[in-house]
Design a protein around this ligand. Structure first.
Ligand code: KIV
Ligand code: ZN
Length: 504
């Protein structure tokens, strides 16, 4: 094991998916998994197999398709979870079970209602049971940031003896400062003394997740757990792109430490996750935000024109963001389109390529210039499409004097059904008519419209979150030049996801 290598453990598909509104279906997770493989992450936490049949299926599908990456499933320290993780991961070439139990006094007393001795016993049993499914087992002391270090040494010693190969110390509630975590990590590294890899997992509640992860690396941690765009529970997790680019840019501090991440895949990964989850990074987000490479003030622009490094510490190209990329239009042919896809990192089979090309042509007919972000959104929609039980055939809408109406024709089981509804605004009327036709009432929890690229004729992307039949909210995404059609597509998409989850 190379002690200078920092293992990048990506948890976008597990902790990232715990972001409010980020739930994804299996097809979407699979696309992200394949992109994470291109990005070069070492371990990918594909989900929490025991959480639901949908989560099990996603971990299992990823385990079947990943070729070079280590696929991991989270499991609480209980037999049922570990068994589900082991079974879902069975087809993986390289696999890991990640089991955890809380070790802080507050979690043990109020959440687990267990004495510390029982927590140790459960942790040891969990690791031993996980070892019956795979050799590579990671153990986490949940809420390590607020745990007593003497107790953590005791439990870590016990799980290492039971066979854990990685010990992860999460700052679960994002409470600690870099100096505090560095002290904890250096003491634990000394204690573990090379018998396991020491990992950290930092949350961003005080905006310190990246700084904390970097301090931990300098103190001896050799695995960091992180997510693309920093998505995750509450304020999110440490952002993969920030950690990786800090190590790469500040070689004067970090060398000889390194990661195996392919930096040029950072921007494509960021866009794919934003397109799929509907969670856009804030514009001023480091590395991947819309403004991360924009120079607005005259003084800065003048400096950059004279010598880039006056105001730029990283080049946009180094993370795979090409500013002067070729724009396609309605005269661009299949060949140019295929080249563009390859350039953007998509490899589609013949069928998907044909459909994507038809969609591109349709778009180029309506829109003068088709930008890279339009193509990314269009292809992401195509490759993550699940079988559509309900499909829109036609939509007619009108609005006058504050009252809106929508008439729709929808295909279901090869039968086209048409109906109309009135609503408080066009979107409301559209959602109501879909409810009427399907006979399944939905409660809209979130609705967001974004312009995919620039210009008055920009493609609209609508993201909705809907609760059908009182079950868990599902996401739906719709893309169209017409915002109302995009809204209808998003709502129908959510309905189709709901039905698919019900079938599992
Ligand atoms: O934040 C946390 O403690 C976690 C663990 C389950 C690893 O996500
Ligand atoms: Zn976490």
């Amino acid at each position: 094991m190379d002690n200078n290598k920092i293992i990048i453990f990506d948890t976008t598909l597990r902790d990232g998916e715990q972001s409010p509104g980020a739930s994804m279906n299996t097809a979407e997770k699979l696309q992200i998994a394949l992109q994470l493989e291109r990005l070069g992450v070492d371990v990918m936490e594909a989900g929490f197999a025991a959480a639901s049949p949908g989560d099990f299926d996603a971990v299992n599908q990823i385990a079947k398709q990943a070729s070079s990456i280590r696929v991991c499933s989270l499991a609480r320290a209980v037999e049922r979870d570990i068994k589900a993780a082991g079974e879902a991961l069975a087809p993986a070439k390289f696999k890991r079970i990640h089991t955890f139990i809380a070790t802080s006094p507050i979690h043990m007393e109020y959440k687990l209602k267990m004495k510390p001795d029982e927590v140790v016993r459960r942790a040891v049993e969990a690791v031993k049971f996980a070892k019956t499914f795979c050799e590579d087992v990671e153990f986490s002391c949940e809420d390590a940031g607020r745990s007593d270090i003497v107790f953590m040494k005791e439990i870590c010693e016990a799980v290492i003896q039971a066979g854990a190969k990685t010990i992860n110390l999460p700052d679960t509630v994002g409470y600690r400062l870099p100096t505090e975590l560095a002290l904890m990590v250096s003491e634990m590294v000394k204690f573990i003394d090379g018998r396991a890899v020491l990992s950290v997992h930092n949350h961003n509640d005080l905006g310190l997740a990246t700084a904390n992860s970097l301090a931990c690396i300098l103190a001896g941690a050799r695995q960091v757990e992180c997510t693309i765009n920093g998505i995750g529970e509450r304020a999110g997790n440490a952002a993969l792109e920030e950690i990786v680019m800090a190590i790469k840019t500040r070689k004067d501090i970090f060398a000889p430490l390194y990661t195996d991440i392919i930096a040029k895949e950072i921007y494509p990964s960021s866009r794919l996750i934003a397109n799929i989850t509907g969670i856009e990074p804030q514009p001023n987000k480091a590395i991947v935000g819309k403004n991360a490479f924009a120079h607005e003030s005259g003084i800065h622009q003048d400096g950059v024109l004279k010598h880039k490094e006056t105001y730029e510490i990283i080049s946009a190209e180094s993370i795979g963001l090409e500013k002067n990329s070729l724009v396609l239009g309605k005269h661009s042919g299949r060949h140019a389109f295929k080249d563009k896809l390859a350039h953007l990192g998509f490899s589609l089979d013949e069928n998907a390529l044909n459909t994507a090309f038809d969609k591109f042509k349709e778009l180029a007919d309506k829109k003068k210039e088709v930008f890279d972000d339009d193509i990314r959104a269009l292809v992401a929609e195509e490759i993550t499409r699940i079988p559509q039980a309900y499909e829109i055939v036609g939509l007619l809408q009108s609005s006058a004097g504050g009252l809106a109406s929508a008439s729709m024709s929808i295909n279901f089981n090869d039968k086209v059904v048409s109906d109309s509804a009135l609503g408080n605004g066009t979107a409301d009327a559209i959602f109501k008519v879909i409810d009427r036709i399907s006979g399944i009432g939905g409660v809209l929890k979130d609705y967001k419209v974004t312009a995919v690229s620039q210009g008055k004729d920009a493609l609209a992307k609508v993201d909705v979150k809907v609760e059908f039949e009182g079950s868990h909210a599902v996401m739906g995404h719709g893309l169209d030049i017409d915002t109302m059609m995009a809204s209808a597509k998003a709502y129908i998409g959510a309905l189709n996801s709901h039905l698919r989850i019900k079938q599992l």
